[in-house]
Unconditional design. Structure first.
Length: 492
C-alpha cells in the first residue's frame, strides 16, 4: 500500500452471525493496524464506503472509527480522511505477526472470539534474560540483595511445622493470617481502611486487574485510563470487553477535569496515584478528591494500583486514595512482586465490603484459592518483621542508587538525556531535550548492551516529548555507571 492510499482491497473477515457489528468493525480494523496490514500513515476508506461495502449503518462505522481514534490508532484530518496514526509505537506493530491464521500455532486456531479479542495486541512478557541487575531494567527490584537464606529458613520452618490442614483446601480469599498481616500493613503504612475479610490474595497485581475488570465491567463499558499508562491495566480492560479511554496525565496525575469534559461517561477509572506509571508523578489531593466526587456522582469504580508505593525517598508519603473513600467506590490493588521478588507472584485486592462475597465466589471458580503454603511463608516473613526490615533497607539502597544515576547522568548525559528528579519508585525518566525518536535511541542503546524502554511505548493518544524509562533500583552503582556510559555513546 502506498502511504496515503485507502485500503479498499483489504478484506475484513465478515462478522459472525449475531456478532455486534460495531465491535466487529472496530476489532477488524484494529487487528489490521496491529498486524501491519494497515501501515502507519495509510488512509482508511471513508465511512460512507465502509458502510456501503459491509452493509453497515453510517453511525456504526463512525462509532468504530471514533473509538480507534480515541485509543490513538488513527488520526483524523478534517477534509482529508482518517489515517493510521504516525505516533504509534512501531515495535507494538512489529511484535504482532503480519498475517493471522497461517502463523498461529494449531493449538490457538480454534479459540473463542472472546479469547481472540482478549489477546489481540498482547505481547507475551518473556522471562528476564541476561544477568540480574542489568542497567536500566525497571521491572525487577534488587534481587541480588534479597535475603534468600532468611527466606529459605522461614520457608523450611513453615513447611516442616505447618499443620496438615494447611496441606488441604484453602480459603478462596486467601490464607487468613496473611490477610490479617496485609490489612495491618496497608492500614499502618498506606492509610488503607480495611479489615482482613476485605482482602483477596491474588497472583500478583495482574490477576487482581483481570479479576477486577471482569467482575466490574460489562462489554462496551468505558474506562478512563492514564495516558501514558500501564499496559497491563489497559489490556485487562480490553480483555474484559470494555473500552480503555485515554486521559492525559500532567504533574498532578490523571487530568480529571479534562476527562469529565472530553472523555465521556465511564464505569471505571484506573489510576496509579502514589507513583504514576510511567511518569512518576504523585496525584494531587485536589485531583484525588475530584476523581472521588466524579465516581460517587456517576456510581463508577476507581481502581487504585499501588505497585511500589513503599519506595518514597523524600517528602511525606501521601496516604492511599482509598483512605479518602467514604462511599465504597475504590478498589485498591497492591503487590509483593516489587517489594520482595518477582517470582513470588503474590498480590492482593482490598475490596469495598459490598464486593467481598461476589469476588470470593468468583475466585473459587477461577483457581479455587491461592497456594496456601507460599502464603504461609510470606505471612511468617511479615510477622517476624523481616518484610519491614527489608523494605526499609531497600529504600536506603535505592535512594543511593538513584543519586548515583542522577550524578553520573549529569556528568555524562548533559544536554542529551535530562534525567528527571524523582521522589519515589524504582525508575525515573530521561527526557530527550533535542527531540528525536525515543524508540530509535532505545533501539541503539539496547543494541549496545543496556535495557531500556521508550516512553512512546506507553502512550496511547496524548503524545509526550521523547523520553526513556530508566530503572535504577535493581542495578548496582557500577552497573549504573556502565549503563550511563553506553547510553551516552548511543545518544551522541
Ligand atoms: C503500574 C503497575 N502495576 C502493577 C505492577 C506489578 O504487577 P505484578 O504484581 O503483576 O507483577 C507493575 C509492574 O511493573 C506496574 O508497573
Amino acid at each position: 500500500l502506498s502511504k496515503a492510499a485507502p485500503f479498499q482491497d483489504l478484506s475484513l473477515i465478515p462478522p459472525e452471525q449475531g456478532q455486534d457489528k460495531w465491535r466487529w468493525l472496530y476489532s477488524e480494523l484494529r487487528a489490521a493496524i496491529l498486524e501491519g496490514r494497515l501501515r502507519t500513515g495509510a488512509r482508511l476508506p471513508s465511512s460512507r464506503n465502509l458502510a456501503r461495502q459491509y452493509q453497515l449503518s453510517r453511525g456504526t462505522v463512525l462509532a468504530a472509527l471514533e473509538q480507534l481514534r480515541s485509543e490513538g490508532y488513527t488520526d483524523t484530518q478534517v477534509g482529508a480522511g482518517t489515517f493510521v496514526a504516525s505516533s504509534m509505537p512501531d515495535r507494538a506493530m512489529a511484535a504482532v505477526p503480519r498475517t493471522r491464521a497461517p502463523q498461529l500455532p494449531e493449538s490457538r486456531a480454534n479459540i473463542s472470539n472472546r479469547a481472540n479479542h482478549m489477546i489481540a495486541g498482547v505481547r507475551m512478557l518473556p522471562p528476564s534474560r541476561g544477568p540480574v541487575g542489568r542497567a536500566f531494567r525497571s521491572y525487577e527490584p534488587a534481587l541480588d540483595l534479597f535475603p534468600v537464606q532468611l527466606w529459605a529458613r522461614t520457608a523450611g520452618r513453615v513447611l516442616r511445622h505447618a499443620p496438615r490442614a494447611l496441606y488441604g483446601q484453602g480459603h478462596p480469599s486467601g490464607y487468613e493470617p496473611l490477610r490479617k498481616a496485609i490489612a495491618e500493613y496497608v492500614g499502618a503504612s498506606r492509610g488503607v481502611r480495611c479489615t482482613a475479610d476485605q482482602i483477596i490474595v491474588t497472583a500478583g497485581a495482574q490477576q487482581a486487574l483481570d479479576l477486577v475488570t471482569r467482575m466490574l465491567l460489562d462489554p462496551g463499558d468505558r474506562v478512563w485510563v492514564e495516558d501514558p499508562g500501564y499496559p497491563g491495566a489497559r489490556l485487562a480492560v480490553h480483555g474484559a470487553g470494555a473500552l480503555a479511554v485515554p486521559v492525559p496525565v500532567d504533574r498532578d496525575g490523571m487530568h480529571v477535569d479534562f476527562a469529565r469534559a472530553n472523555a465521556g461517561r465511564a464505569r471505571m477509572a484506573y489510576v496509579t496515584p502514589a507513583n504514576q506509571f510511567p511518569l512518576g508523578v504523585t496525584m494531587s489531593l485536589a485531583r484525588r478528591l475530584a476523581l472521588l466526587n466524579w465516581a460517587v456522582a456517576q456510581d463508577a469504580w476507581i481502581v487504585e494500583d499501588e505497585y511500589d508505593a513503599e519506595y518514597r525517598y523524600c517528602g511525606r508519603p501521601a496516604p492511599a486514595l482509598q483512605s479518602l473513600d467514604r462511599s465504597g467506590c475504590v478498589v485498591y490493588i497492591g503487590t509483593f512482586t516489587k517489594m520482595l521478588f518477582n517470582a513470588l507472584r503474590i498480590g492482593f485486592v482490598v475490596l469495598p465490603q459490598r464486593l467481598v462475597e461476589p469476588f470470593a465466589a468468583a475466585r473459587s471458580i477461577v483457581d479455587r484459592h491461592p497456594p496456601t503454603l507460599d502464603q504461609a511463608i510470606l505471612s511468617e516473613f511479615i510477622s517476624e518483621g523481616h518484610f519491614g526490615h527489608h523494605v526499609r533497607r531497600m529504600r536506603q539502597v535505592y535512594m543511593e542508587r538513584l543519586s548515583v544515576l542522577m550524578e553520573t547522568g549529569r556528568r555524562h548525559l548533559a544536554g542529551r538525556v535530562d534525567i528527571q528528579e524523582t521522589a519515589a519508585g524504582m525508575r525515573t525518566i530521561g527526557w530527550l531535550p533535542s527531540g528525536g525518536s525515543d524508540s530509535d535511541l532505545a533501539d541503539r542503546a539496547r543494541a549496545a548492551g543496556v535495557e531500556l524502554i521508550a516512553l512512546s511505548e506507553f502512550t496511547m493518544r496524548h503524545t509526550q516529548p521523547g523520553a526513556l524509562i530508566l530503572g535504577f533500583a535493581g542495578c548496582s552503582p557500577a552497573e549504573l555507571r556502565r549503563g550511563v556510559g553506553v547510553l551516552a555513546k548511543a545518544a551522541a
